[in-house]
Design a protein around this ligand. Structure first.
Ligand code: WT7
Length: 643
């Protein structure tokens, strides 16, 4: 009999008896218990979930804007993710699905993973990588990514993963920021049946950096020559099979992951080892109810925090099986994902609203023929999910049997923070739910005063801050202090809007200049910088506009040098330019050439006004402009196009 994990009661969805029976947490007493003493609560979880070499002497220490968990504690992350599961070494740790249908999936057991990671740790050591060194990783979703990342954690090196779709320039900035000496990349990967060559971009990126060696995974069979290049597999084969794990301090840096900064320079978000491990372990366990026999598929790329925490580290810390897929969701056709779920008995499926909306557009026929009865829990993340997409996900993928867990979090938070727990509920479309037990979020107005239920305000986190929270911005204290602590002083500023609905949190979206394009985070500033660097561009403004599938897309207003008129050809060129500088994710949906941008007397570009124009709203605040006449011109340009 196919099991049902949710029931409907008074217009809301709740866990069924069956879900309560299998859930790690099935009673909302957990929230009260945590609140009695949040620090003690995490202390208990840390002891229970993570294997320490030495216990900490101070559980929580706070001197804002910094705070530390498990101070004095010692551990190795890799030991927690791999070594401690060796008693069931024959269990599958990773299932990898290559995109080409004629290639067989690869399964790697915990014992095999252990050997490979140990070997690769020795490879890195052989190349002179030491504790606290940064290693850059520019890999697609292939098993070597996991091996490389874990090997870094074994030797105590800091990994810095860069999304494979990012440009050479984006990679270069990140290599330079971390001062990495080693780059791990691949010749390429498959995407929609095509070979995407990563190595070309990697070669370009390392010019002018301190990269000494480039370890290349041979995925496409392309020969890579040169003194600097090493073959991943060959090196692995030559290496010793054991590397004694480095014992690290809990607060040592485990990895850096870049996210867009408001000034255009990416921010290297720092995560430590102990706190991150504790949050990754418990959020994976409780949100997705991971047990030994679960197969979790988080569709995020490892270039993002979701990929770090829920495609790799969370499931492995729990000794579960994780699945990753190399290719495009609609290749060779839009039933690919559902076949993968069926063929691999995926029980926990975690994806983004943009993917859900894409599948809705393809039509039900691709999914309705699949029973998908292995599924127990569905998750969503990355941007607010609308009711239509939530219900479609619930009904068509979950067949009305599985809870949809709408997890709110950020690169900075390391792990999920606001969502319903599967055994507790309720599961309400568009509402994320409650703060994860042991954490606390409130909603305040711009002055920092508590907002009333139903009123939209700023979502902030209050002390003690969650263990998985960032430990700063790499080499940029000022940015860290300004971005997260300037506005509300003692509260962590998420830059998200939210309101309370019967005590549950509903996220409304970013309140700063960050856009979420197909779940990817972009700032207007980094896009404008990229455009302004083009030799024909004088200045530009980027504004987000709603998009049916991607949620939001950037629209560009460009003033050319000499106020020249643009052309279709130049639009194509500028889009290519963005692909090159940042990556195709950031490509503007539309580019308008304008004679001027609406500006205040002090020269500030009024993006808000441009936003109202493209969204067909009445622009306000025109009186503050030095050039109000330009608004009419731009309106004309846009309505002309709509004809
Ligand atoms: C921003 C963080 C960490 C996961 C991947 C995104 C938005 C994230 C939700 C959600 C509404 C969400 C927020 C947040 N966001 N999850 N469930 N509901 N909005 O990480 O790229 O660092 O982006 O994504 O705006 O601040 P990220």
């Amino acid at each position: 009999m196919v099991k049902k994990y949710v029931v409907k009661r008074s217009g809301k969805f709740w866990p069924s008896e069956e879900m309560k029976r299998i859930a790690w947490v099935s009673d909302d007493k957990i929230y009260k218990e945590a609140e009695k003493n949040l620090i003690k609560f995490w202390e208990k979880l840390a002891k229970e979930g993570i294997t320490w070499e030495q216990e900490w002497n101070e559980t929580y220490y706070e001197k804002l804007p910094y705070f530390e968990w498990f101070k004095g504690g010692k551990l190795n992350f890799c030991v927690n993710a791999v070594d401690r599961h060796l008693d069931k070494g024959s269990k599958t740790a990773l299932i990898w699905i290559p995109e080409p249908l004629n290639e067989k999936p690869i399964k790697i057991t915990y014992a095999e993973l252990y050997e490979k990671v140990n070997r690769f740790a020795n490879v890195l050591k052989g190349l002179g990588v030491k504790k606290h060194d940064v290693v850059s990783i520019y890999l697609p979703l292939i098993p070597e990514a996991l091996i490389a990342m874990l090997a870094c954690t074994r030797i105590g090196a800091i990994h810095s993963v860069v999304f494979s779709a990012f440009s050479a320039e984006a990679l270069k900035t990140r290599i330079l920021d971390g001062n990495a000496k080693i780059l791990i990349t691949a010749d390429g990967y498959y995407r929609r049946g095509k070979k995407e060559y990563l190595i070309k971009k990697a070669k370009k990126a390392v010019k002018g950096t301190d990269i000494k060696k480039i370890i290349v995974v041979n995925r496409l069979g392309k020969k890579v020559f040169g003194r600097k290049y090493l073959d991943f597999k060959k090196e692995l084969g030559k290496a010793e099979t054991y590397y004694k794990p480095e014992i690290m301090n809990s607060e040592d840096i485990m990895f850096i992951l870049y996210t867009s900064g408001t000034t255009g320079r990416p921010k290297g978000v720092i995560h430590d080892i102990g706190g991150y491990a504790v949050q990754a372990y418990w959020t994976s366990k409780w949100n997705f109810n991971l047990h030994d026999d679960d197969v979790m598929w988080c569709t995020a790329d490892i270039g993002w925090i979701t990929g770090h925490t829920y495609a790799f580290y969370g499931p492995l810390l729990n000794g579960a099986t994780t699945l990753i897929y190399e290719g495009a969701p609609d290749f060779p056709d839009p039933s690919r994902w559902w076949k993968i779920i069926k063929e691999n008995n995926v029980s926990v499926f975690y994806t983004a609203p943009t993917a859900i909306r894409m599948f809705m557009r393809f039509g039900d026929k691709y999914v309705s023929k699949h029973k998908l009865d292995s599924l127990k829990i569905l998750g969503t993340v990355g941007e607010p999910i609308d009711k239509g997409a939530w219900m479609w996900y619930f009904n068509k993928i979950g067949k009305g049997r599985c809870p949809v867990i709408d997890t709110w979090w950020q690169t900075e938070t390391g792990g999920t923070l606001i969502n319903a727990l599967p055994g507790v509920g309720p599961f309400v479309p568009t509402i994320s739910g409650r703060s994860f037990p042991g954490t606390k979020h409130i909603i305040v107005d711009d002055k920092g005063k508590l907002s009333q239920e139903g009123k939209t305000g700023n979502l902030v986190q209050v002390s003690p801050f969650a263990p998985g929270m960032l430990h700063g911005i790499y080499k940029n204290h000022k940015k860290y202090a300004e971005t997260y602590w300037k506005r509300f002083k003692t509260k962590y500023d998420t830059s998200d809007g939210a309101y309370l609905n019967k005590g549950l949190i509903r996220i409304t979206g970013r309140t700063d200049d960050v856009m979420k394009v197909a779940g990817h985070r972009l700032t207007t500033a980094e896009l404008e910088n990229a455009l302004n660097n083009h030799r024909l561009v004088n200045e530009s403004a980027i504004v987000p506009t709603p998009h049916k599938i991607k949620g939001q897309v950037p629209v560009a207003f460009v003033v050319l040098k000499g106020r020249k008129k643009g052309s279709e050809r130049l639009i194509k060129k500028l889009k290519k330019h963005i692909d090159k500088v940042i990556g195709p994710t950031a490509r503007p949906e539309k580019i308008y050439f304008v004679q001027d941008l609406p500006k205040t007397r002090s020269g500030k570009i009024m993006r808000r006004i441009l936003k109202s124009i493209i969204n067909n709203e009445k622009p306000e605040g025109l009186t503050t402009l030095v050039n109000p006449e330009i608004v009419k011109d731009i309106k004309g340009l846009i309505s002309e196009e709509g004809k």
